[in-house]
Write a protein that binds this ligand. Structure first.
Ligand code: SAM
Length: 328
């Protein structure tokens, strides 16, 4: 059977990552970041390798012509390799956003954000899979990306992903809830980290801080993002289904009413998640501005399985109709 370009490139990435992992005694994900750099620079950058490994690596890289692959082929090959690496180590809250969600968020961006050139931020950028998958759906627009991530290794993978796919993305390796030195953006997309934020002193700067004990990181992320988006800008968050049912939900609701218009809430297919409790939705918001009217009604939808073509088409038609009635 003929191998696809994604399989072919995955083999290059995987074989070289395994060689580097063994020789440098690092994790598979770390080796992946190294091989990504090598592929990008078209040379072997590690100087402490045995001659044999160096020779083997060079031979594999020489046969690989990265410019022959599309951005999506590159993203998907690395996605496969990152998934393999994540099985070894990563905690649930650091999970990469799946393909299908990234592409769907890209579709929503395309429908909601009409500017030809815009600034797009992901304050929990992780491996960059969500951000680059979405950007790849918007190829006819000029997007300046901004990615923020606290984890050094994940941001390395994101940086490598952006370089190889030739996306202009500025990266910041920091806690996104600390002050951000980023000019305001036109849109935010983010698969939010869910749970408690341990830094109460920092949380005190937020309206959405908890009255007692630790605050919810995901609430603070929403507030930080709203602060950094321009008036009339859009925000797309991947959130737990129970976001508006927690003990701190009332405060969140009041804050959202003051600052944004809720545009929609789209439930992702439950089959994508381990169980009902971990299922997620996409929350769509628009920052308030004199120029924008709140939608006549909020867009509510339950996504079918992304592989169910007929049902997908129905939902996409429903979204298109909603956009025509509410946004045009
Ligand atoms: N969309 C990402 C991708 O495709 O790889 C995955 C996002 S993952 C669900 C949430 C990310 O938030 C993790 O990578 C985690 O390290 C990051 N994170 C958690 N707390 C953070 C903080 N305070 N500041 C910045 N990033 C944070």
């Amino acid at each position: 059977m003929k191998t696809t370009p994604v399989e072919e490139l995955f083999m290059v990435i995987n074989d070289t990552a395994v060689l580097l992992q063994e020789e440098l005694n690092v994790s598979y994900l770390e080796a992946l970041a190294e091989t990504g750099e090598n592929i990008f620079h078209q040379s072997v950058l590690q100087d402490d390798l045995s001659e044999l490994t160096l020779k083997r690596l060079k031979r594999i890289y020489e046969d690989c012509h990265i410019t022959r692959y599309t951005k999506e082929e590159i993203r998907k090959s690395f996605q496969l390799a990152i998934l393999k690496g994540m099985k070894e180590s990563v905690q649930p809250n650091h999970q990469m956003t799946p393909d299908s969600v990234g592409m769907f968020v890209g579709y929503l961006l395309h429908k909601f954000v009409t500017k030809e050139a815009y600034r797009l931020m992901d304050p929990a950028v992780g491996t960059g899979n969500l951000l680059t998958a979405a950007m790849n759906q918007e190829m006819n627009k000029t997007i300046q990306g901004i990615g923020i991530e606290i984890d050094d290794l994940l941001i390395k993978l994101a940086y490598m992903n952006a370089n190889l796919q030739e996306h202009p993305i500025e990266f910041f390796n920091q806690d996104s809830l600390e002050p951000l030195f980023v000019e305001s953006v036109d849109a935010v997309i983010s698969d939010l980290p869910v749970g408690y934020y341990p830094n109460d002193i920092r949380a005190a700067d937020y309206q959405l801080k908890a009255d007692e004990g630790h605050s919810y990181a995901h609430h603070l992320f929403i507030e930080q993002s709203i602060r950094h988006v321009k008036p009339a800008g859009f925000l797309f968050f991947i959130i737990p289904n129970g976001l508006f049912e927690s003990t701190q939900a009332k405060k969140l609701h009041t804050y959202l009413q003051e600052t944004v218009d809720i545009q929609g809430m789209i439930q992702l297919p439950e089959t994508m998640f381990k169980n009902k409790q971990s299922a997620k939705s996409i929350l769509i918001l628009q920052k308030k501005d004199e120029s924008v009217k709140p939608p006549k009604q909020v867009l509510l939808a339950n996504m079918p399985s992304f592989s169910n073509g007929d049902e997908m088409e129905k939902i996409l038609t429903k979204i298109d109709r909603w956009i025509t009635e509410n946004k045009k």
